[in-house]
Design a protein around this ligand. Structure first.
Ligand code: NAD
Length: 479
């Protein structure tokens, strides 16, 4: 029997010993047991929050450039270990190695980018109505942040939370997803090799109903920064209500892609196919429903069906050349299969795929296109975390925008056209946090990633994402 790695929580600058209770982590491509991780007890979570609390003032008192230097050191360590980190991500999450490598590199760049803000965090001086008075507006850290992560981009999400939190003077307790915690512990090992002060960065692992619930209902947490599903976001809001804890919620999406008659069809097909296939379709902002104008509908469906049917899949470690790995777990696979079955029962017609793929092992679903969809169908309304593309034919841009906006989700959207006025009309009228014109995801670190409606509260990245980790303190100074 091979030795299985048992990871430990990281609290107050130390790994906290072998856990009493553990959760098994498996490779979704093979079923192999990869590690055992802590199912932390309440006291352990409270200890992490207390460590973050006692480290916070001294951390915030450091010049921001020093805090930035700590982030840069972690970024360098990540670059030195990029290949092995990518492998850890692929093994537990299932994304192809090339994408895992992009995730690792982007994470290092993100830490450096946030470090650059050290000299750019600005307050304001506001003109007073009173003679001899100055009004100063300071941007101050909020305090202790709880960062709760999903499994789909688990490594990058650590940085997306800890980098803006730390550069602005907060400390953090991270809870990785119990599906993909190994990469977070590998990240933590690298942090531990640097001289980051104890208590600034802590990791406690465990299931959502246990560790997640304890973190979000604890009065010692000042900001909950959560990325995950709408259902969990709603539960977290309820838990946060007890202590009126500030929230930053990055939730699900159902991104519409609008393809107009004048679009460069090959560009649209390529971009939408790649978006739907990347990370096996498990991305909050990938194209999840297409509205194609009637004049080009047949040609578009024909081309995208061909492109999706040529997508290769399998175990991304054994076959590094495949386009897609497995879905993250059995529950995810069954959910996708059930949604496709419902779409067929509701009148959709599968032009390629439509079944669980039998590779002998792993949670694979065939790349799928469903034509003939309507706005009332479940597949056009609910998030489908798999490479399944439902398509609805529309008469014009107005109809497409109306359908796109009639959704619980409002994260990202896209439009394909060569006509600038049509593109600008779509940008003006799409009620979403982001719109891509003639391309699909991903977002840029200097932009602002945020959703409206049930896709979340607040956002991440860039200046506006950074300031989500500060509160404003105004001083009225009479002289
Ligand atoms: P999830 O909501 O099931 O879990 C996310 C995290 O929340 C996990 O760490 C989980 O343990 C924890 N959790 C579960 N119940 C909890 C509770 N009651 N209290 C506190 N924490 C709890 O989401 P997931 O399946 O890991 O991720 C997929 C979802 O994330 C999709 O909906 C996707 O769209 C969304 N997502 C959004 C973005 C974005 O930027 N908007 C990015 C990535 C993923």
């Amino acid at each position: 029997m091979t030795d299985v790695c048992i990871y430990q929580n990281y609290i107050n600058g130390e790994f906290s010993g072998l856990p009493k209770n553990t959760i098994d982590v498996h490779n979704p491509a093979t079923g192999a047991l990869l590690s055992r991780v802590p199912e932390s007890e309440t006291g352990e979570v409270e200890r992490a929050i207390a460590a973050a609390r006692s480290a916070q003032r001294a951390w915030a008192a450091k010049p921001a450039v020093e805090r930035g230097a700590h982030l840069r050191k972690i970024a360098s360590k990540i670059r030195e270990n990029a290949d092995s980190l990518a492998r850890v991500i692929t093994l537990e999450q299932g994304k192809v190695l090339s994408l895992a490598r992009v995730e690792v590199d982007f994470t290092a760049d993100y830490l450096d980018y946030m470090a650059e803000w050290a000299r750019r965090i600005e307050g304001e001086i506001i003109t007073s109505d009173r003679p001899g008075e100055n009004i100063f507006l300071f941007r101050k850290p909020i305090g202790v942040v709880a960062g709760i992560l999903p499994w789909n981009f688990p490594f990058f999400l650590i940085a997306r939370k800890m980098a803006p939190a730390l550069i602005t003077g907060n400390t953090i307790v991270i809870k990785p997803s119990e599906e993909t915690p190994n990469n977070c512990f590998e990240f933590t090992k690298l942090v531990a090799e640097t001289d980051l002060p104890a208590g600034v960065f802590n990791v406690v692992c465990g299931s959502g109903f246990n560790v997640g619930q304890t973190l979000t209902s604890n009065a010692g947490v000042d900001l909950i920064s959560f990325t995950g599903s709408v259902e969990t976001g709603s539960r977290i809001m309820a838990a946060a209500a007890t202590n009126i804890t500030k929230l930053n919620l990055e939730l699900g999406g159902k991104a519409p892609a609008i393809v107009l008659a004048d679009a460069d069809l090959d560009l649209a097909v390529n971009a939408i196919k790649n978006s739907r296939v990347i990370n096996s379709g498990q991305v909050c902002n990938c194209a999840e429903r297409v509205y194609v104008q009637a004049a080009v509908a047949d040609e578009f469906i024909d081309k995208i069906t061909r492109a999706m049917s040529m997508t290769t899949y399998g175990d991304p470690i054994a076959r590094p050349d495949v386009d897609m790995g497995p879905l993250v777990n059995r529950v995810g696979l069954d959910k996708v299969a059930a949604m496709v079955d419902t779409a067929i029962a509701q009148g959709g017609s599968v032009t390629t795929g439509g079944k669980i793929a039998d590779l002998g092992q792993g949670f694979h679903y065939q790349p799928t296109v469903i034509a003939g969809c309507r706005s009332d169908m479940e597949i056009m309304r609910k998030e489908v975390f798999g490479a399944v593309l439902p398509i609805q034919v529309v008469s014009d841009l107005d109809e497409a925008i109306a359908c796109a906006n009639a959704s619980d989700y409002g994260l990202t959207s896209s439009v394909y056209t060569k006509d600038l006025s049509q593109a600008m009309k779509a940008v003006a009228q799409l009620d979403f946090g982001e719109t891509y014109v003639n391309r699909e995801n991903f977002e840029a670190m200097q932009g602002f990633h945020a959703g409206v409606r049930k896709s979340g509260i607040g956002g991440a990245d860039g200046k506006h994402g950074l300031y989500e980790y500060t509160h404003t303190h105004v001083a009225y100074i009479q002289t």
